[in-house]
Design a protein around this ligand. Structure first.
Ligand SMILES: Nc1nc2c(ncn2[C@@H]2O[C@H](COP(=O)(O)OP(=O)(O)OP(=O)(O)O)[C@@H](O)[C@H]2O)c(=O)[nH]1
Ligand SMILES: [Mg+2]
Length: 144
């Protein structure tokens, strides 16, 4: 990111944090648990200081191929048939680690060769494996 983008991000970050600080006591007082917990989650995300980049689009537009190109490794499965059907979250980590998080709250570490068994229509048709999402840590400068 360029410096101007970082400055803009930092300014919005501070303004949003200040707005949440003012809103939270009001949400708690008025007794709306969903609003208060929603705002608390927003605040947690903000304090994490992660920059989320969401890649979405129609089937087969080259999303996975583009992400692989950015991280410099053919990590995500790509194909000519509709492929990725499960949300996949990538973040920086010192070593590659891939975890499947299931809808019942359990998680399982898998190796890179097994990613397609969980995130693709072929390996996991109509999400019969009840996967909520897949989290990948990967030592890429881009993700850092
Ligand atoms: N010619 C050409 N083909 C590309 C390009 N980018 C991706 N492809 C091919 O297009 C096909 C689909 O690419 P994917 O990266 O799997 O697309 P996707 O958007 O992740 O697809 P889904 O996960 O199914 O939604 C693959 O066969 C890629 O090799 C490109 O820039 N040019
Ligand atoms: Mg894909």
């Amino acid at each position: 990111m360029g410096q101007a983008m970082l400055d803009l991000y930092s300014a919005y970050h501070q303004r949003t944090a200040a707005a949440l600080d003012r809103l939270l006591p009001y949400a708690r007082e008025t007794g709306s648990p969903t609003l208060a917990s929603g705002l608390e989650e927003l605040q947690r995300k903000l304090l994490d200081n992660r920059f989320y980049l969401v890649v979405l689009g129609q089937f087969k537009r080259g999303k996975s191929t583009s992400i692989n190109s950015l991280i410099g490794d053919k990590l995500l499965p790509t194909s000519i048939v509709p492929l990725t059907s499960i949300v996949t979250v990538l973040r920086f980590g010192d070593r590659p680690q891939i975890e499947v998080l299931f809808k019942d709250g359990t998680r399982k570490e898998i190796d890179r060769g097994s990613i397609s068994d969980y995130v693709t229509e072929k390996g996991n048709p109509k999400n019969v494996k009840s996967v909520d999402h897949v989290e990948i840590s990967y030592p890429s400068e881009y993700l850092k």
